[in-house]
Design a protein around this ligand. Structure first.
Ligand code: CO
Length: 502
């Protein structure tokens, strides 16, 4: 048995701390109890245990995240290596209907049949058999686990290193790999962070990118109309290694922040580390803004500030200035092979913080300032503000006011007044990404609802909470008959996926 496998087996059976954290009053056991396999694929009407579902809330919440974390007794090295499982909660006339299905990728089918891992994971999960079994095996398993979006007649399960997997938007049955209407080459990367342009160029568009990283990196920008037809694309080669997880969109620019990272593939090739474990901050390095025009013109490259960004919130143009709101970290949170994700010490990690970069396109200056101290992730704005100046941001935040901690609350921040509203699931609840659902008849920026999947540490299962977007007043809690691990991104669709009323 290799050290890694032994470590993983020990981790799987190790007793976990039951001590409450004195600063936050959460228990690590409540938090990490979310990490297990999803064992059922289910569908049915969902019980509302508190409040009532607003009758105007009509459509479907889709959400993606790792649902399979163990095979043959071996746990993933990091949850991001788990296979994608889609959750869909359809709302109609005050009722909610749940479905969940695994994305049946080729790798998932193969490993389900084998009962063990047969591919290495990007975040360090190794095949059984030690270094010799893993060295020089550079095959990628498309795990389709990062995001999900309803576009062009398909529900697309997204994973940034490969092509999307198309599903039936109602039944969640897997249709197969999608080339986006012949646009993508076989297994061409297609990011898990498409942006929805609300109509800056006429009809709405799904705008996305794919990166091929190397000493020079290629960024392909692609824009699709609501039928899924490609309406614009370009491809640019830029100097330097690029790890690009997300981007921001304005009417005229696709905004990328290239973090100052370096990639040493040797431990990956030799079977000692996952590819993502070979990323390191470049000492003293500064990032760059890569600004790619959505039309004619060459990309603009500008020096950015230090630190690391996974996720952008929104961006807009003010004349020759771009304003870009993002969640910044002081450093790249590294994934060490010897660490057990269940015992992560939050306090030792840099917090994500909402910051604003103002990019002067004429003089090439970038100014950055902090908008909020509180540790946050998964921030969002109203879909119609995408690419326009926004006033309101909703985000998942730690319960504590400073430093890092698990995400336990949802916060709304009014950028003009600085006023904040908070709904907290603490001490035993842990929130995930807030998804904003616009009100069907009220165009105000904060009219509508916030939906979030919440890990309920008390009953070791998942709830869906519905909050009023304006003031985060709790509207309803739905008790799901599922235990869904802490996951990643979701989206809202106006599609009705409910069957006839019970
Ligand atoms: Co992301």
């Amino acid at each position: 048995m290799t050290a890694t496998a032994a470590h993983q087996q020990a981790a799987a059976s190790a007793p976990v701390s039951t001590l409450a954290n004195p600063a936050d009053n959460y228990s690590q056991t409540d938090w990490n109890s979310a990490y297990g396999n999803v064992t059922t694929e289910t569908e049915g009407w969902v019980e509302t245990v508190e409040g009532t579902i607003p009758p105007d809330l009509q459509g479907t919440l889709y959400r993606n995240g790792p649902g399979r974390l163990e095979r043959g007794g071996q746990w993933v090295q990091h949850p991001f290596d788990g296979d994608g499982m889609i959750l869909a909660v359809g709302f109609r006339q005050g009722q909610a209907y749940l479905r969940n299905r695994f994305v049946r990728t080729a790798g998932w089918l193969e490993e389900e049949a084998a009962g063990r891992w047969r591919y290495r994971g990007v975040f360090g999960t190794q095949k059984p058999g030690g270094i010799l079994a893993n060295a020089l095996d550079l095959r990628l398993k498309n795990i389709a686990n990062t995001s999900v979006v309803d576009w062009g007649g398909n529900l697309l399960a997204l994973w940034e290193a490969a092509s999307p997997t198309a599903l039936d938007p109602v039944t969640l049955a897997t249709r197969g790999l999608s080339a986006m209407g012949g646009v993508l080459a076989p297994q061409e990367p297609f990011s898990a962070h498409p942006r929805l342009d609300p109509g800056h160029h006429g009809r709405s568009r799904l705008v996305n990118f794919g990166v091929k990283a190397g000493p020079r990196s290629t960024v392909r920008l692609m824009e699709f109309d609501p039928q899924g037809q490609l309406v614009y694309q370009r491809q640019d080669r830029l100097q330097g290694f690029a790890f690009l997880h997300d981007f921001a969109l304005t009417p005229n620019w696709a905004v990328f922040l290239r973090n100052a990272l370096e990639f040493n593939p040797l431990p990956y090739v030799l079977g000692r580390r996952g590819a993502a474990q070979c990323l390191r901050s470049r000492p003293g390095g500064r990032g760059e803004f890569w600004l790619i025009p959505r039309g004619a013109g060459a990309p603009v490259v500008l020096p950015a500030t230090e630190g690391f960004v996974f996720h952008h919130v929104n961006a807009w143009e003010e004349g020759a200035t771009l304003v870009v709101d993002s969640i910044h970290y002081a450093d790249f949170p590294m994934v060490e092979p010897e660490e057990d994700f269940r015992h992560v010490v939050f306090e030792k990690l840099p917090p994500g913080q909402l910051e604003r970069c103002t990019v002067d396109l004429i003089h090439g200056h970038v100014e950055r300032r902090r908008l909020s101290e509180r540790c946050c992730e998964f921030a969002t704005v109203h879909p119609r503000r995408q690419g326009r100046r926004h006033r309101c941001v909703w985000m998942a935040v730690a319960q504590r006011q400073t430093g890092n901690g698990p995400l336990q609350a949802i916060e709304k921040l009014d950028m003009e007044t600085g006023r904040r509203w908070t709904w907290s699931a603490a001490p035993r609840g842990f929130v995930s990404e807030p998804v904003l659902v616009p009100h069907p008849r009220n165009a105000a920026e904060d009219a509508g609802w916030i939906l979030s999947l919440v890990w309920n540490g008390g009953r070791r299962a998942s709830d869906v909470v519905i909050l009023r977007a304006a003031d985060l007043q709790l509207q309803a809690v739905l008790r799901l008959p599922l235990a869904v691990p802490h996951g990643l991104h979701g989206s809202w669709s106006r599609r009705d996926t409910t069957p006839p009323a019970p």
